[in-house]
Design a protein around this ligand. Structure first.
Ligand code: PMP
Length: 404
């Protein structure tokens, strides 16, 4: 398989549009990725040709849609080396983490500990704060070093006999740091703690094998993986899902209901109360199928080359502060510009057709750690080109001229 960025771009209709009279340069893939035609067409086809609610039906459309829906689950399970029964559809990574925190939380006692890291997205902080507020669970955080790596040496002292869960990101959405999942997982398991990994960013850039990583839970959203919004995945080891309390109650998740008793369906349906995001699940499956048809190692090399090119293009610009320099990091460039607010930088770049994100990136503790209130972030996806990187560098230098 060869990697041809022009051919890939041709599959993403939105990339041919203009913004402010300039060709769109989309450098916000870490927030949400654009969608290839394969995904759009799978969703349109599901609505035009087979649409029905799933599972409960006995008619043809219900069966066809159920088959597509469950096929998507199987595709996603294969993609991460899991079994279909270990893949729960959720609204996204955020809901998946809330599901686990609420399910495990019911069994936690005051003084039980949860170990997070200083580089988590709010989605992997706030649900655990609920347990701190409501149940007296103690939150601890692995510090982040100056270059954006986790302070791995600090972990053994932070894991105690009270640690119940270790929850951390596979790849930081701000720093791009890729954390050593298996190493941290082994440390957590040695102490009897469960492991939840936030794979939101990693899954789009790395080839993830949840079985080899040995994690208990792994979560991600489809929309960062070139799929639709409104759907994501909670992977849980079969025995972990079987032991987890249900999250929401309603149709689909029950075995039987009477006036004085209920029984639950088996996982994964136990955690999928109500009508699921059917069209989105089908689009999610199409996105994963599409990605699996690409040379993922070549994509990773391409994305890294874009990041390195941006760094080289900006070398020597002493007004630029890059946040996150961990070795082996992903293609995410977070930065501040001396004398300029990140929001202004993003707005001026938009005039040049360049889309970057600015703000806290839902990671306020990390911003505080690096002594900033916000940063701008350019994130590269498989469809970006070297020419786009050069145009971004050029636009950023011109943007700086506004403030100099
Ligand atoms: N974790 C990380 C690392 C993320 O980048 C994001 C999205 N910015 C999330 C969690 C939350 O994902 P979602 O909003 O799709 O639930």
């Amino acid at each position: 398989m060869s990697f041809d960025v022009a051919a890939i771009r041709a599959e993403f209709p939105i990339l041919s549009r203009q913004v402010n009279g300039k060709p769109l340069i989309y450098l916000d893939t870490a927030a949400s990725a654009q969608k290839p035609r394969a995904v759009i067409e799978a969703m349109v086809s599901a609505m035009e040709n087979t649409y029905s609610n799933v599972h409960r039906g006995l008619h043809t459309l219900a069966n066809e849609t159920t088959e597509l829906f469950e096929a998507a689950r199987k595709t996603i399970a294969d993609f991460i080396h899991a079994q279909p029964g270990e893949v729960v559809f959720t609204k996204g990574a955020t809901e998946a983490i809330n599901l686990v925190a609420s399910g495990l939380g019911a069994d936690l006692k005051p003084g039980d500990e949860i170990l997070l890291t200083g580089m988590e997205h709010h989605a992997n902080i706030v649900p655990w704060h609920f347990l701190r507020e409501r149940q007296g669970v103690v939150l601890k955080f692995v510090p982040v070093l100056d270059d954006g790596q986790l302070d791995l040496e600090a972990i053994p002292a932070l894991i105690t006999s009270r640690t119940r869960v270790v929850a951390f990101t596979h790849m930081s959405n701000v720093l791009g740091t890729v954390n050593p999942v298996r190493q941290i997982t082994d440390m957590a398991h040695a102490a009897g703690a469960l492991v939840l990994v936030d794979g939101c960013q990693a899954v789009a850039h790395l080839q993830v094998d949840v079985t080899a990583l040995d994690v208990d839970f792994y979560v991600f959203s489809a929309h960062k993986l070139y799929g639709p919004t409104g759907i994501g995945v909670l992977y849980g080891k079969a025995e972990r899902l079987a032991a987890l309390r249900p999250y929401q109650g309603g149709g689909e998740m029950i075995g039987s209901v009477s006036l004085d008793a209920i029984t639950y369906a088996d996982p994964p349906h136990r955690f999928e109360a109500g009508t699921p995001a059917i069209i989105e699940a089908i689009g999610f499956g199409a996105a994963v199928n599409w990605l699996r048809g690409q040379d993922r190692a070549a994509i990773a090399r391409h994305e890294d080359s874009l990041y390195q090119r941006a760094r080289e293009g900006l070398a020597g610009q002493n007004w630029l502060r890059v946040i996150g320099e961990a070795p082996g990091k992903g293609a995410i460039l977070s930065f501040t510009m001396e004398g300029a607010h990140a929001h202004d930088v993003a707005q001026i770049l938009d005039r040049y057709g360049v889309a970057v994100r600015a703000g806290t990136h839902c990671a306020e503790p990390l911003m505080t750690r690096f002594g900033v209130t916000s940063s701008a972030r350019a994130s590269f996806g498989l469809y970006n080109t070297a020419d786009e990187v050069d145009a971004f560098v050029d636009s950023l230098i011109k943007t700086h001229a506004f403030f100099a």
